[in-house]
Design a protein around this ligand. Sequence first.
Ligand SMILES: *Cc1c(COP(=O)(O)O)cnc(C)c1O
Length: 391
Amino acid sequence: MKRQPLEPVLEEIERRHLRRRRATVDTCPEPGNRTGVIVDGHRVVDFSSNDYLGLAAHPALATAMAQCARRCGAGSGASHLISGHGREHAALEEELAAFTGRNRALLFSTGYMANLGVVTALASRGESVLLDRLSHASLIDAGLLSGARFRRYPHCDTAVARRLLAEGTPQTTVLATDGVFSMDGDIAPLEALAEAARAHGAWLAVDDAHGIGVLGANGRGAVELAGLGTEEVPVLIGTLGKAFGSFGAFVAGSAPLIEFLIQRARSYIYTTALPQPVAAATRAALRIAQSEPWRRERALALTARFRAAARQAGIPLSESATPIQPVPLGSARAALAAQQALLQAGFWVVAIRSPTVPAGEERLRITLTAGHEEHQVDALVERLSRICASS
Ligand SMILES: *Cc1c(COP(=O)(O)O)cnc(C)c1O
């Protein structure tokens, strides 16, 4: 087939209110806070970031990064297996293993690449990969890329997951799920999934991009909240660009698992190592996250405040008890209009549309962070209630 012109495709996307546009965001952080930003000339409060602990603009991270850059330079120069694996990477991996209570941890450049690497290394043709229907796009892509048969169960439906596991042909090698679902904020039924995966000899891989640093008595995430260890969740994936305010990702697990990934995870092997200054910043973030538990407590307290006020104001909410608070609006047009009205009123909240969420389930995705103020949350709810009343 000859190449097709793209303009009609773009026009169709626009007509359906599904065109994505990037806002250029000027950050004007007060020390330790990036919730105040300028979007298209509007000074707004950012209620869209994943900076749950308010660490992205923390001076300690910037200082660690700058000092490391002066010492080691900006670039790592090569992949981890050639000459790019530095002292900061090694130290961060040890600290992440200790933090998660696993034997070892392995740094990846991004969460997307960690998921690709893990799933393609552990599952192959002739086997099966099993995912929650609302899994993150990177897990879906990983399942497709693995060449294994790729199956999905209805959201959080452990009965169907168990049935598919029991089928046995092809054998399910990897059962993967988000810990906290990125667009819904609800938490996967990890205990039941762990039990089912173990009973049928599958690897359970939990991508806790939005739980790590936030949930659990020590901020170790959804897996800690569920009281599960390495036995139950052998593959734990965490990202470093969300609660930890930095960049990158890791996989934590047993020593043989990590050693195997070093041999086989192609998205680990065939790419340049993360810059060491980024690892240095993440080390600073990890120290602060552990020594200042008030950050995650505050993010969760503001979440509770938001929910109570929203309920009072008649704003539709979902079941989420995490700082991800979707407000369902039912159509791309309504979600976009709400985004625009909030921008005018001084809030940056982004409309989430198809195909990120199913068509008809468009929503605003509000996130609460330790950097927000109570009065900002109250003002957001007040403005939202007017939008919901008029839509
Ligand atoms: C953000 C996210 C990722 C990707 O992580 P990056 O480091 O941003 O590539 C993976 N999984 C989930 C559930 C996420 O929310």
